[in-house]
Design a protein around this ligand. Structure first.
Ligand SMILES: Nc1nc2c([nH]c(=O)n2[C@@H]2O[C@H](COP(=O)(O)OP(=O)(O)OP(=O)(O)O)[C@@H](O)[C@H]2O)c(=O)[nH]1
Length: 127
């Protein structure tokens, strides 16, 4: 299963979102995103998912290194993108909570396991 996620920059801060208690990986932190649909490009997928989940439009800037991770009951390829916030009022449609944090503070969140390598790569990334 191929999943895109967006590291969305609001000025100098980055948006992280917390999965709800009812979702898989309950209450874990992640970057907004979701599964790529058949025939859909990675970039179309991440823009669609962010609009559906957060009600905002983004501009995709850069693709980071994909991470393959096996959870006990499923396996994903997580494809991260750095993006800038463009427009819209942020509204959480599925998630329990969000934070806007700098790269250092992001490391302290209780991440979905697949995201840990993404957050580490992000720390080394310079705009
Ligand atoms: N969107 C997103 N999903 C992630 C991340 N990291 C990670 O392990 N995942 C996993 O990738 C899977 C696919 O994302 P999704 O949110 O489209 O999946 P879904 O709708 O089936 O999840 P659900 O069944 O919990 O609603 C989820 O099971 C999620 O746990 C991430 O940073 N962003």
């Amino acid at each position: 299963m191929r999943v895109t996620c967006a590291i969305i920059q609001f000025d100098s801060k980055i948006l992280a979102v917390q999965r709800s208690a009812q979702m898989k990986l309950p209450l874990k932190w992640e970057f907004a995103g979701g599964k790529i649909e058949p025939g859909e490009s990675e970039v179309d997928c991440i823009k669609r998912e962010v609009l559906e989940e957060l009600n905002i439009n983004i501009e995709v800037k850069k693709r980071l290194t994909p991470v393959t991770h096996a959870y006990p009951d499923f396996k994903i390829e997580l494809i991260p993108f750095i993006a800038d916030y463009v427009s819209g009022e942020l509204k959480l449609k599925e998630h329990a909570d969000y934070v806007l944090a700098d790269k250092e503070a992001l490391l302290q969140l209780d991440w979905a396991e697949a995201d840990i390598r993404v957050v580490r790569e992000l720390k080394e990334y310079k705009n």
